[in-house]
Design a protein around this ligand. Structure first.
Ligand code: ADP
Ligand code: ZN
Length: 806
């Protein structure tokens, strides 16, 4: 007997289960199967075969699920790594690679157990249900529920099962997407027949039919029914009538739903590289074949020509007969990039993201699988596209948070999974950024990655310096009696730009607003005396809490520094910025870019186009607008509140503030005119802000890495966040305390050293949709070690290498 280890779709379960393989089934690694689990039957994926069972009593695999194509052993290997590293169920990891629309429900069916015999004494409800099942032959549980009510249907179903009158079976629900089939018409009549038929039809006054026949006789290819109907304004009946006369045939043709159909492709050829691009490209080519496939960190300011290097690299792998994947943080924000790729590789670009209709996703996925896309572009999920013969993975803006999946298991980081995937298949990786993640730059410094630099910006003016950045100290504004959102210098600069007919971006740092308390008079912020991070306001407990050490004080009434009694809960939105702009500049045309405003598909593009066409003067937005937009008419970029992020209880606060300020600075002056940037802040002396103003990543990195080393933050340690959520706050706290004792016990029992446990503390977002959240943080060189032998009860989530606030 052979046995199979199966990853079963069981939320929260990290182990695989051993099943016996019945002799009649031909089972291989990677296949999807039905397996019995408890009283149910559930889908699973075979991840390993063996001759020995791993447990004493095994059940048998029920049957194969044939409409999934099996996973390759490489995919299973990657899934296993994800599951191990992120402590997530193996099935969740495998599910990342399933085709779109395949999260299918299992449907339970009831059938009569045996042909009619003597019935035992039944209640009237049981009789009624049994009759219903007999009448229909096979009835789904859902149908029974609809007819008899949910509770009743389930109860009686169980009773009938128990007395062996019915049997239960389970099947996968229908696939939610299918290939799109469209009816096409082909003429089968000969020329002479057409001539005769035209005479007959005209005589019979069937003018529409005659017109269809005449139209088709001029076509060289089959024509879509919808096209004929639209062109000739005729009914379906007219076409059907001709089909009945055997003059034409109607057949179904598979149509590809093309998400790029809106683009008017203008195939382009590669430009001549600038000298610094040439040098970067040489360095990449020179190291391409060095031993194991290399990872490049392409470090270049915004507009320095990184994308052009990506395109070259893709050209290179395609020439080698391989294919590539290019990941972008948020596809809705990068229509220009998509267009550039589509123009350079016309017809061979696949695009995958959740903004597409399920049908489009399905068709793109199939196209990719069938080797039709040399390049796949998409957000993090596109890493799992079934790209055959993958030779290159590019991650643009590699420092972006969007690459971490935070909201559901597995909570993976795309960069780390991409590195693992590349290692498994021998692919080259290019990570690109103007402000590399501290951890990535550290690896480049350590020689793990090849560092490749692009130092100058390319603009229509040729090389041009980065825009001048002015820091405005908002404390000085307060002293001068200016309590508005805008400093005097930002307001003056705005007026000047508008007078010149130029465009402006105002950027709002929304991270962490309304969570801490600041004195509007002297800018004092309440901080933890032990950890010096800002204390955050908790509406649940009505106090100010430190997330690091759980120090807490009641909400103060006065500022301890200037004794002002009107403390401010900081919180501003794009609406408030817009209102203030209107106060000062009543005639100006404004656009707001904000996830609250923009919800529709393509809305980003519409808004962007309207701004690019200069139908507005000022664009106001949150961090989203700081990313890759190329807006040549923008000459002034203002950061309204650069430092709110600095007050977050997050060891990456400095890094985030630096990244955002740099990106905003990269927005201005990309066109013919030079640009100016104004950063407003209450912390003008902060190293992140000072370095951003000088566009000096390296000096920022040097300070930041010292700080990380000193406090033992990543890359010098690893974090794991355990969170528990429940509608009852006390229960949440108790559960978290119980867990912390369990972990401490385990640590002691196994003699694990160098592992800190922080908490339990309420999570930063302590209450989300009516559920309270408490968390524990593990820090150490291998914090997962302590958890490997523990099973977490239901309700706990695990986030390994979290990127959010901790
Ligand atoms: P990044 O990806 O670093 O932001 P891009 O590749 O988008 O930079 O380049 C910035 C601008 O310079 C784009 O408008 C691009 O078309 C142009 N560009 C890039 N490389 C060249 C080149 N070799 N010759 C001419 N223009 C170039
Ligand atoms: Zn503290």
């Amino acid at each position: 007997m052979k046995y199979a280890e199966v990853a079963v779709n069981l939320p929260g379960s990290r182990s695989t289960f051993c099943y016996a393989i019945p002799p009649q089934l031909n089972i291989d690694v990677g296949q999807a199967v039905w397996v019995p689990f408890g009283s149910r039957i559930t889908p699973g994926i075979v991840v390993e075969l063996s001759d020995q069972p791993s447990v004493e009593a095994t059940r048998e695999i029920a049957k194969l699920i044939t409409d999934y194509s099996p996973f390759s052993s490489m995919q299973i290997g990657l899934a296993r790594w994800i599951s191990r590293h992120y402590l997530s169920p193996l099935f969740d990891a495998v599910a990342l690679m399933l085709p779109p629309g395949f999260e299918r429900q299992t449907i339970t069916y009831f059938q009569l157990a045996k042909p009619e015999g003597d019935l035992p004494a039944l209640t009237p409800e049981q009789t009624k249900t049994l009759h219903f099942i007999r009448e229909k032959g096979k009835v789904s549980l859902r149908e029974l529920e609809r007819k008899f009510g949910m509770k009743e249907a389930r109860r009686i179903g169980e009773q009938l099962l128990h007395s062996h009158l019915v049997v239960k079976s389970q099947e996968l629900g229908k696939a939610r997407v299918k290939p799109k089939m469209v009816p096409y018409v082909k003429l089968i009549a000969s020329k002479n027949e057409v001539k005769d038929e035209m005479v007959r039809l005209n005589k019979a006054r069937a003018y529409k039919q005659a017109a269809v026949l005449e139209f088709l006789s001029r076509q060289t290819q089959p024509t879509a029914v919808s096209q004929i109907r639209k062109r000739l304004n005729c009914s379906l009946e007219a076409i059907k009538a001709l089909e009945n006369h055997r003059l034409l045939s109607i057949g179904l043709v598979t149509i590809r739903r093309d998400p790029l159909s809106y683009l008017k492709l203008k195939p382009t050829s590669p430009p001549v590289l600038t000298p610094s691009q040439e040098a970067a490209w040489k360095s990449i080519q020179g190291n391409w074949n060095h031993g194991s496939p290399p990872v490049f960190l392409l470090f270049g300011v915004t507009g320095s020509g990184k994308t052009e290097i990506y395109l070259r690299a893709l050209d290179k792998v395609i020439a080698m007969g391989k294919r590539g994947i290019c990941l972008v943080p948020e596809i809705a924000l990068t229509p220009q990039t998509v267009e550039r790729f589509a123009n350079r590789f016309p017809g061979c670009v696949g695009i995958l993201h959740s903004g597409l209709s399920l049908g489009e996703q399905f068709d793109e996925w199939q196209r990719i699988k069938e080797k039709e896309c040399n390049v796949v572009i998409g957000p993090r999920s596109a890493l799992f596209a079934p790209q055959p013969n993958l030779g290159l993975i590019i991650i643009d803006e590699e420092h972006e948070w969007a690459y971490k999946q935070e909201d559901k298991s597995p909570r993976y980081h795309t960069r780390d999974v991409a590195l693992k995937l590349a290692e498994l298949i021998g692919a080259v990786v290019i990570l690109g950024s103007a402000t590399p993640d501290i951890e990535s730059f550290y690896k480049a410094q350590m020689g793990v990655y090849h560092l490749v630099q692009l130092k100058e910006r390319i603009t229509p003016r040729g090389y041009s310096p980065l825009p001048k950045v002015n820091i405005v100290d908002m404390k000085e504004e307060l002293k001068a009696g200016n309590t508005s959102l805008f400093s005097r210098s930002l307001l003056t600069a705005m007026k000047e730009s508008l007078a010149q007919g130029e465009q402006i971006i105002l950027f709002l740092n929304r991270r962490g607003t309304a969570t801490f308390i600041q004195c509007p008079n002297c800018a004092f912020v309440f901080r933890c005396p032990r950890c010096s991070v800002a204390l955050t306001y908790h509406s649940v407990e009505k106090n100010l809490t430190c997330h690091r050490c759980h120090y807490a004080i009641p909400v103060p009434q006065t500022c301890p520094q200037c004794f002002n009694r009107r403390l401010k809960f900081l919180g501003i939105g794009t609406q408030r910025v817009a209102d203030e702009v209107r106060q000062f500049l009543p005639k100006v045309r404004l656009l707001r870019w904000d996830s609250d405003v923009i919800t529709k598909r393509y809305a980003h593009e519409e808004l962007l186009n309207s701004f690019r066409d200069h139908r507005a003067d000022i664009l106001i937005g949150t961090q989203m607008i700081a990313k890759g937009l190329d807006l040549p008419q923008v000459t002034l970029a203002g950061v309204v509140n650069a430092d709110t992020g600095l007050n977050l209880p997050d060891f990456r606060a400095g890094e985030r503030t630096f990244q955002l300020s740099c990106q905003v600075a990269g927005r201005a002056g990309r066109g013919l005119k030079a640009g100016e940037v104004i950063i407003q802040t209450y912390s003008p002396e902060n190293y992140a802000i000072r370095a951003a103003a000088k566009h000096d990543y390296v000096s920022f990195y040097n300070q930041e890495i010292d700080y990380r080393r000193q406090y033992n933050y990543p890359p010098f340690s690893h974090f794991i966040r355990l969170a528990y959520s429940h509608t009852n706050n006390d229960l949440c706290r108790r559960e978290a305390e119980k867990m912390s004792y369990a972990i401490l016990d385990e640590r002691e029992k196994r003699g694990i050293t160098g592992l800190n446990l922080i908490g339990p503390v309420p999570a930063f977002a302590a209450r989300v949709r009516g559920r309270y959240r408490w968390q524990l943080i593990l820090r150490g060189s291998d914090p997962a070690q302590v958890l490997s032998g523990m099973t977490l009860p239901q309700g706990w989530t695990i986030d390994v290498d979290p990127v959010g606030i901790i």
